[in-house]
Ligand binder design. Sequence first.
Ligand code: SF4
Length: 328
Amino acid sequence: MSDAADRDRDPEFAFELRVCRWAERAWHPDGPRPAFVARQLGTRQRRWDTVVVEVDPEAFAARRALSTDGFDSDLLRVVRHAPAEWAWYRDAIPEPDFPWRHVVPAVHRAAGLGLVEKRRGSRNRVEYRRTAPYPDWVERVVAIENKPNLDASAARALADQLDHDVSRALADEVWVATEVTGRRVEPALLEDLPVEVGILGVDGDSAEVLWHPSSLSPDPDDARRRLVLAERAYDRGWRNYVDTMRPDCRQFELDRRGRALVPRCAAKDCYQSQRECAHSCPSFEPEPPAWRMNGWPIEGGPGKGVRRILEARRERERDRAERGSENA
Ligand code: SF4
């Protein structure tokens, strides 16, 4: 491949951002469902490129009313099991697999955030009660693996991971997203992937279902794990990639790829990866101070401006999920 052609090709990172943006606008492939999207999330054993969390709009609104931040697992345990009436925390929360004393700081933290009320009860015990119930807001969790070039060797490398996803069934559906080639039979369909895994063909701003996934049956014992994942997805979304990149570099641009804004490096004339756009980048040039004080042009924006644009977009999409499918 020539240098020029190589530059025009979306690297995996830019492709991943496009898939996130598409999923945010269009989920579900068979009809809109209120959802929000996150990236690079999972468990210790498995990390997914894109995670779609389908929500019950009304319950999601109640969840947002509790906090605009996601809860870590300690906070979630306390808030989710907070009783309506005053109770000793050990009577309200299922026994954890670590000492009870480690739960107390989370009760104090939840009270400090206004999520619960706390007091000292009889025998100086820490008691607490909720300010509002924790809603049942997560409908389904969908995991997407992104492989723009799903050739035979990429499919072989993926097969074991996808087998694990299907048998583990932490998500309700598993997909692979790949760039369509325009050939009569898409090569992805010829690869040896688990039949339960859906295949999504991405073409610019749109995507089509090449192969429908099977619905998996998550184990009810995994309910907490799925909720922890959903809370992290809610907290992080998918635009937080700038946190590990250098939007404060004057060469950092947000380039419009269809409906997605994708980081581009003006110095290298390419869609840079997160790894190269880091503190170690030898081409880094600090943005001029004036950029931080004035507006923030979309093209070639300063670090703060980039963050504000992406943050505003995240909030807008949360609003959309809350409004529900009729507006999606
Ligand atoms: S020059 Fe380096 S730090 Fe600056 S935008 Fe390009 S890759 Fe990122």
